[in-house]
Design a protein around this ligand. Structure first.
Ligand SMILES: Cc1ncc(COP(=O)(O)O)c(C=O)c1O
Length: 403
């Protein structure tokens, strides 16, 4: 535990942690069960193309989410691209800029223009009043992102989509196992996408899924993710290869058996962070609605530089030196990255809340690889830095001068 500024690694002390602490280090379920499943798969010699593990995983996820269809895919980005195509989106689609770049790229990849809309600073999600204003005759849909697992204003977005005859898709990459008004995320809009990337609390190494209650849409997605084949030698759509492999599904089936354990560990971590960080001036802890189900896979803070005199980026630098790999999710916002920065050089003018948040938000390590001792160490460093802000500022200047 460090109790003096001079002990901080950025000022020459030893790092607090020998091993790097990642924001999302993979959770592994029962290792023996994964290996048994892989062994069975090898015996069966059925590695992909809608194998028994993929079918079982799809059935279980559909049941858990409470939807008619789950189509497992090779990753969340391809799942999103296929859903966009299967829904017939074109022209312009309204999305937040405060999201992982894949949300925007999945559209632009298909020459559909992402139109960046500002967010509600209380939820970090699309502000429905602003969505309404971004609609043009070219708009074909809205993609809401349940950022950090907190649901969008689903009722308001559904009303807009219905009234303006727009498709409504959700990027639920962060929200597997979360609920909105008592119903599981995955059951809203025309369809929702999950990512099961290794950094997510539930992983299939790489993987993702589309979930929907729309029979026709599900059928189109199933065909499109398999090159458009409707049977032997019969292709009826343009398609791609979006299939999930059996080894990924084996990991997923095993992970599902430990899902509640992963969530309880995340929740325990979340509560400890909350306890230890609450009340620090200039540090605002992102809270979750306790009445909803939540995977708690992100620990998010807002750093108010005006109050503490130290920027979010300086805190990141200090933490990285301690081997705490805090992340600036989702800096600098999609509109500030190419090709969108060149396409829409003035987008920031209509995104004041996004511009503000991408400079303040910070994600901290959690998951089964992070224990109570590590969390106390991380919180103590943040507290130490905030309590000695002016000294830290001066010493950071010295470090800069000496480089
Ligand atoms: C919000 C969001 N959308 C889409 C994706 C893409 O998912 P994948 O990595 O599975 O392709 C991710 C993350 O990884 C994400 O965080």
């Amino acid at each position: 535990m460090k109790d003096k500024i001079g002990y901080l690694a950025i000022f020459g002390g030893p790092p607090s942690f020998q091993e790097k602490l990642h924001v999302g280090r993979p959770n592994i379920g029962n290792r023996q069960r994964i290996l048994e499943r892989i062994n069975d798969m090898l015996d069966r010699r059925w590695f992909t193309n809608n194998g028994p593990y993929v079918q079982d995983l799809e059935r279980r996820i559909a049941e858990m989410v409470g939807v008619k269809h789950c189509i497992a895919m090779c990753n969340g980005t391809v799942a999103l691209e296929i859903a966009i195509r299967a829904l017939g989106l074109r022209g312009e689609v309204i999305i937040p800029s405060m999201t992982f770049i894949a949300t925007a790229h999945a559209l632009q990849w298909q020459e559909i223009t992402p139109v960046f809309c500002d967010i509600d600073p209380r939820t970090y999600n699309l502000d429905p009043n602003l969505v309404e204003r971004m609609i043009t005759p070219r708009t074909s849909g809205i993609i809401g992102v349940h950022l950090f697992g907190r649901p969008c204003d689903i009722e308001a977005l559904a009303k807009i989509a219905r009234r303006r005859k727009l498709k409504l898709l959700y990027d639920a990459a962060h929200a597997f196992g979360c609920s909105y008004k008592g119903h599981m995320i995955g059951s809203f809009g025309d369809a929702e996408m999950f990512s099961f990337h290794a950094t997510k609390f539930f992983s299939t190494f790489e993987g993702g899924a589309i979930v929907t209650n729309d029979d026709d849409l599900a059928e189109r997605i199933r065909l499109m993710k398999n090159f458009g084949f409707a049977g032997y030698d019969n292709v009826i759509y343009i398609g791609t290869n979006g299939k999930m492999s059996e080894v990924s599904a084996a990991m997923g089936l095993t992970g599902l058996e430990s899902l509640q354990e992963f969530v309880s560990i995340n929740r325990r971590n979340y509560k400890q962070y909350k306890r230890e960080l609450e009340g620090i001036p200039g540090i605002q802890f992102m809270a979750y609605d306790e009445s909803e189900q939540c995977n708690h896979q992100y620990i998010v803070l807002e750093v108010d530089e005006q109050t503490i005199g130290i920027s979010r980026d300086q805190i990141v630098e200090i933490l990285h030196a301690e081997n705490i790999l805090a992340r600036r999710y989702f800096y600098p916002g999609c509109h500030n990255m190419e090709p969108y920065r060149s396409h829409f050089p003035h987008a920031g003018l209509v995104l004041p809340e996004t511009e503000r948040l991408v400079r303040r938000v910070l994600s901290l390590p959690t998951g089964t690889a992070v224990g109570s001792k590590e969390i106390s160490g991380i919180c103590q460093i943040i507290r130490l830095v905030v309590e000695h802000d002016s000294e830290v500022r001066e010493r950071l200047k010295e470090v800069k001068r000496s480089i």
